[in-house]
Design a protein. Structure first.
Length: 552
């Protein structure tokens, strides 16, 4: 990192805080990546876990306990791995993060990886014994049930990772575990309700998903307690949750379950309500999170942050998400900001929102191929927490995005598209195109209140093989928009684009006062390097004002 600064920094009695990041809370491992898998308030403390990139059998990652005065405690019970699961079990009054069970007195028990191998990605309430057992899912489709009192493990579906010596066998009195046939890999979310356990993954094996972001990849599946998963959707999915959030749904037989994902067209929001799945579409703020392999999203979340609405992160947008979202009450999803960052988890702790990040990874430069010869890798993977005033959630990047209901698709006459978001943005446009040999009339309909009732908004008549750009007036309102055509068509695209007004000042923030300008003559600058070997310090190579001459 090249820097040039002016002035000085005064340190007080409070821990050093740079734009909401406390260097004293930095978290390190010895792996190729260091991300934050979960961050949860519990028992008067903030708890966090880190993960390595592919560590089904433990790693150098830790469980962290953070005190109210921001002192970091590294728990000696840590066994590492690639954990990103979190749940609070009401009946036993325990927080479960990764393989750790933490009681109200901050005592920590651990399920060894020898008994529950795999990259733990989700934890959910049990379908038949919710007071005594919980489910764990792994990124390679393993499924376990664990007794919350004894920590006895039962294997239901086999984790697909290559087995290593030291693994403990399932008990003889249990049914033999099965290997799921659910497609996809790189598991993400797990949640239960309405008699089903819902599991998501966002990747796929093979060379094509690693190079083609439009490759068929990922899956959303449901399990009724016996046999294998049933495929719900063959798309990439991440978060699976409901109104009960980290505790599980309070009314599991009737409360909805939400799942977020994407395809090449847009973001996808699915809702399980009264036993039936419903599909909605949202815009993407960025396509940099796309990838058939699923590596670039980490763990998008829908979380409680102590406000009227939940906070949802997905593909570069922070959203308001209504706690009562259902097909009968689907209004209220609103973009708050664009945030092009990798966030593993977030929560509210005291008066601030805490984001767990994936910041500095040794492997990132390695994955850039030829660039690795020109860019100096950090000496050690590390990450940190970012503390943000809740008001700042609406004051980051300007909300914008695009999303399609059809993208070069073949469609059937009089068959409406999936609904796509029509509210929440000041500027909305629609690009529509077809390759039919005859004229086509497209009908636009809106769900004005989010109650599932549709009314006609416009009709668009296009000549054969034609296209048109529409700009919607502010008076053309509604929560959702859907499109249909009067004839069968091939190669049809209907792409919405969105943007809010950018009201930011052109005066630089005071946060940049310490950065030298071209007019500054008396500057101090040089190169910063994150050192390795668990030194947990920076190297600094000074330079003169021209930044051309370096001296150690």
């Amino acid at each position: 990192m090249l820097t040039a600064c002016v002035g000085s920094m005064a340190l007080g009695s409070e821990p050093l805080n740079i734009s909401g990041v406390y260097p004293g809370l930095a978290m390190f491992n010895n792996e190729g990546e260091c991300g934050t898998g979960a961050v949860v308030p519990w028992a008067g403390r903030l708890w966090a876990i880190t993960y390595g990139p592919h560590m089904p059998y433990g790693s150098s990652d830790k469980l962290y306990e953070i005190t109210p005065d921001l002192q970091q405690i590294v728990r000696t019970e840590s066994i590492g791995g690639t954990p990103a699961n979190r749940m609070i079990h009401r009946e036993s009054n325990q927080l479960i993060v990764g393989p750790y069970f933490i009681d109200a007195e901050r005592n920590v028990r651990v399920v060894p990886w020898q008994q529950m191998p795999g990259r733990l990605t989700g934890t959910a309430r049990h379908l038949t014994a919710p007071g005594d057992k919980i489910y764990f899912a792994t990124m390679e489709a393993g499924l376990y049930e664990v007794d919350v009192h004894t920590l006895e493990v039962g294997e239901i579906m086999t984790d697909r990772n290559k087995k290593v010596p030291g693994l403990e066998q399932s008990k003889a009195d249990r049914p033999a575990p099965i290997t799921t046939k659910l497609p996809g890999w790189h598991g993400k979310g797990l949640y239960s309700g309405q008699g089903k356990l819902v599991f998501s993954n966002n990747g796929d094996h093979g060379r094509q998903p690693q190079s083609d972001p439009d490759a068929v990849s990922g899956a959303l599946g449901e399990w009724n307690g016996t046999g294998d998963y049933k495929l719900v959707s063959r798309n990439q999915f991440t978060e699976v949750t409901g109104p009960g959030g980290i505790y599980g749904n309070e009314h599991p037989h009737s409360d909805p379950i939400w799942a977020t994902g994407w395809d090449k067209r847009s973001l996808i929001l699915m809702c399980l309500d009264q036993g039936k799945w419903h599909t909605y579409r949202l815009p993407k703020a960025s396509h940099t999170y796309d990838g058939g392999h699923g590596w670039y999203t980490e763990w998008p979340r829908i979380r409680e942050i102590g406000e009227e609405d939940l906070l949802m992160s997905m593909h570069g947008t922070l959203w308001r998400f209504p706690k009562a979202f259902s097909p009968r009450n689907s209004a209220g999803i609103v973009p708050r900001s664009t945030l092009l960052n990798i966030v593993g988890d977030f929560c509210r702790w005291n008066d601030r929102i805490v984001f767990g990040c994936d910041v500095t990874d040794v492997n990132v430069v390695k994955e850039w191929g030829g660039a690795s010869n020109k860019i100096l890798r950090p000496g050690q993977s590390q990450t940190n927490l970012w503390f943000v005033d809740p008001q700042k959630l609406d004051d980051m990047g300007v909300p914008l995005g695009e999303g399609a209901v059809w993208l070069d698709d073949s469609i059937k006459a009089h068959t409406p598209s999936d609904p796509i978001l029509f509210s929440g943005y000041a500027q909305r446009g629609l690009w529509i195109h077809h390759e039919a040999a005859s004229p086509v009339t497209f009908t636009l309909e809106v769900d004005a209140k989010g109650d599932g009732q549709w009314t006609r908004l416009r009709e668009i008549e296009l000549p054969a093989k034609a296209a048109k750009q529409l700009v919607f007036e502010p008076s053309e309102s509604g929560v959702w928009l859907r499109v249909s055509a009067n004839i069968d068509c091939s190669s049809v695209t209907a792409l919405m684009n969105y943007r809010n007004a950018d009201n930011r000042s052109d005066v630089p923030s005071s946060a940049f006062d310490g950065i030298a300008t071209p007019k500054d003559a008396d500057v101090s600058g040089g190169l910063l390097y994150a050192r390795g070997g668990n030194k947990r310090t920076m190297s600094f190579v000074t330079a003169d004002a021209s930044m051309n001459s370096m001296a150690t």
